[in-house]
Design a protein around this ligand. Structure first.
Ligand code: FAD
Ligand code: NAD
Length: 367
């Protein structure tokens, strides 16, 4: 059922079809959209349910069925972007002919507002945990083989753990495993791993439990959410990032993406606010990146520095911002991304408006 408002001006509902060979079953989703990519579809096969959620603007098109026959754990997903076609290739467990794909489950073959789909989770295994600072760790989680999920840049997921019988859910922003990926051994691109930088609060509800997990334990990971759009980078010339504490996390993928993919970019500047030097996440990686890529600059601002610190001090202020946010050309196209504790982001937004940056030039990451 397509809601009226969407039927008038939104996307048309996708449709699907399927075909088989002796060993494979291919499900084809015709999205009727041009801008689909591998981020646009999330596929899970767990318990008796096969679920493929295709994201189209603020809507989800669901394929949700109990398959008629058993399939192998892994499958592949292909996108033919220019015709908006998504193909999911399943491997049959037995080479028999299927008479039907399966039985429809809830919301199968329907286009529904994304907010009404609810959060869908799959269990991911903890692969590694490394210190990034004294209280912040880089966690690596592995998706199950029966999931296809890529978290788009600037989006977050929810992690869920059952703590003394109660399910607790908190949002976290996936990062890349490093800011300097090309310094590493070449590896086959593998989207099975999701990395997080997470600060452990000793008196917190969720993070101490997460920290107590052993390698091999499981955490549930939701589908991505968030309203950052990669289109905001189009023709971008100056990118300014204002991050406080773990508000640095969305900036990681933004930095990697912008420096490798946006050819119009002249300058990328990060102003990173922390309490002390020891709180700065990935400081040496940031300094190396600034050394390696002349378009990138980083400035650290400390709110509780020791007397030896001779860098910038204090909290976010109009003075600091007006000095920092210098366009490389008078009318260059800018984007300012801001993320940190809620009061930091709120104050920052007010200062940016006061400094005459328009709404379109600012993206605030909030809850
Ligand atoms: P909480 O129980 O929420 O406590 C946090 C701190 O506040 C503790 O020090 C606690 O003692 C104190 N506290 C709790 N209640 C009170 C109170 N009533 N009065 C005074 N103090 C109190 N965090 C990351 O580390 N990495 C990320 O990538 C990340 N991404 C996020 C993305 C989004 C969209 C949002 C909204 C948040 C993100 N966060 C991220 C923050 C994360 O969701 C959690 O809020 C954080 O991990 C704290 O969780 P907790 O349950 O351990 O702590
Ligand atoms: P923190 O307490 O270590 O503070 C880091 C810096 O933030 C401080 O040095 C200061 O400059 C600034 N700051 C802190 N409190 C402030 C206040 N009241 N007013 C003005 N400036 C202030 O930070 P943390 O413990 O790393 O917390 C990071 C925050 O970022 C968390 O609240 C987390 O929820 C949020 N976060 C949000 C997202 C998102 O996408 N919305 C993503 C990641 C983190």
């Amino acid at each position: 059922q397509v809601p009226d408002a969407l039927a008038k001006e939104g996307p048309v509902s996708p449709s699907y079809d399927w075909f088989q060979t002796d060993s494979l079953v291919t499900i084809v989703i015709y999205t009727k959209q041009k801008d689909v990519n591998l981020d646009s579809v999330i596929v899970d096969h767990q318990y008796d349910s096969f679920r493929a959620e295709t994201i189209i603007k603020d809507y989800s098109y669901l394929i949700h069925i109990e398959l008629s026959h058993a399939i192998q754990e892994d499958f592949s997903v292909r996108v033919v972007a220019n015709v908006g076609k998504i193909e999911i290739v399943l491997k049959k467990k037995e080479n028999t002919s299927w008479e039907c794909l399966g039985h429809p489950l809830e919301n199968h073959n329907s286009l529904i507002p994304k907010k009404d789909t609810g959060l869908y989770y799959r269990k991911c295994q903890l692969i590694s945990k490394e210190d990034a600072t004294y209280d912040t760790k880089l966690f690596c989680l592995m998706l199950p083989p029966s999931t296809h999920l890529q978290v788009p840049i600037g989006q977050h997921v929810y992690l869920k753990l059952t703590i003394t019988g109660t399910e607790i859910v908190k949002p976290y922003t996936p990062v890349s495993d490093s800011l300097l990926s090309e310094f590493k051994e070449p590896v086959i691109p593998n989207n099975k791993y999701i990395y997080f930088l997470i600060k452990i609060y000793p008196a917190g509800l969720f993070t101490p439990e997460l920290d107590h997990l052993q390698i091999g334990d499981f955490v549930s990971v939701s589908n991505p959410e968030g309203n950052f759009k990669i289109a905001q980078f189009q023709e971008l010339e100056d990118l300014f990032l204002l991050a406080a504490g773990t508000g640095f996390t969305p900036m990681v993928k933004i930095l990697n993406y912008a420096l490798t993919n946006i050819s119009s970019l002249r300058k990328v500047k990060l102003m990173f606010f922390n309490k002390t030097e020891d709180d700065i996440i990935w400081r040496s990686q940031l300094e190396k990146l600034a050394f390696k890529d002349k378009r990138f600059d980083v400035q650290f601002v400390l709110s509780q520095p020791t007397s030896e610190w001779n860098g910038k001090k204090g909290c976010i202020s109009p003075g600091l911002l007006s000095e920092f946010l210098k366009r490389s050309l008078d009318n260059s196209k800018v984007l300012i991304c801001i993320c940190g504790p809620a009061p930091f982001t709120e104050q920052g937004m007010r200062m940016l408006h006061y400094l005459n940056f328009s709404k379109d030039e600012i993206h605030a990451f909030t809850a």
